[in-house]
Design a protein around this ligand. Sequence first.
Ligand SMILES: [Zn+2]
Length: 424
Amino acid sequence: MRESLLDRFIRYARIDTQSDDASQTFPSTEKQKDLLRILVEDLKAAGLADAAMDAHASVLATLPANLPPEHPAFGLVPAIGLLAHVDTYHEVSGTNVQPQVHRNYDGSDLALPGVPGEAIRVADEPGLAACRGLTIITSDGTTLLGADDKAGVAEILEALWRFAEHPDRLHGPIRVAFTPDEEIGRGTEHFDVKAFGADYAYTIDGSGIGVIEDETFSADSVFVVVTGADVHPGYAKGKMVNAVRVLSDFLMSLPPHRVPESTKSREGYLHPITARGNVSEARAHVLVRDFTEEGLRDLEDTMSAAAAWAERKYPGARVALDTKRSYRNMKDAIASAPHVVEYAEEAIRRAGLTPGRGAIRGGTDGARLSSMGLPTPNLFNGSMNFHSTKGWIPLEWMEKAVETLGHLLDVWVERSTGGPGGGG
Ligand SMILES: [Zn+2]
């Protein structure tokens, strides 16, 4: 008998695929290929005969269209890409993952047997209350579960199997990509959009059930260089300009209500992630995030004003800012093809859910693909609290994600007949 969605997910979750943001290699860790190689075989088993890992450690595969020539949508259905990433979050261990299956969940705190006394508490996870009776999967508390994004990987394979087992269920060309290094923002650095050959795509890498995300942050990096003046500290009066102190003061002068720790939903932030230096020179790297171009500019103006203030306060110090563009909100790139999101909402409805639209407080591979000309919103995979040792995912939500994918590919066929109501 064919492997179940649960068994498949658990098999993938056990494989260590943590990425490493300090690595200079690509992919950042070789062990991601342990899973990628398995996925080549699993895709072939599901009937995607051309499955292969490319030179940049992406696994690509095709399920060719099966529409008969007499079908009104024959040759008209765009190639739809389905993407998921194999790596797990670089800050939390993914070694020796021991998935725990909590069947018929009773609504109480979920014990994590690897850490005695530790639990996923209902008080911390409001979503859990609605999951009574479901089958919930967690780690043992010592590692990530890795449902971000192995749930997406398992769901895509399960959806492909269902097409394989029902050859009468018609679909257009489907392209699949499993990619490395999404968590460190390098997943699509080498991704060959042309070779992928999809007209539209979806990452299956979102969270809460029924949600499609068509917005991401826009992102810049500001590199700060403070130049001071070093002299012997015993004879420094009126001469020394200490770059370390200037940089500290500059960073602390940035508005405290505009940092990740105190912002949510659609609020942008300034986030200093590194600071190092000495008396003569000190450097910092500040992430700038907002949903709009104006918001980014406001935050960058705030930094410029703070730099001018620091130079006035510390005569002789120079505070130079260099802004580098990272990525942009995918909304604009997707706006040219609104049906990509509408069809997904229809698919979510057909799966019996109420579609929700979300904005991601971060970037996704889809944001970069969208800016490369491939509109790629992000569909839910069901995983909750995903960058933590206390991540959890209901099997029934994974099942809904699989159903949604099936309906989504149906909708693309139905709306591609070229007649009235046809999309494309
Ligand atoms: Zn992810």
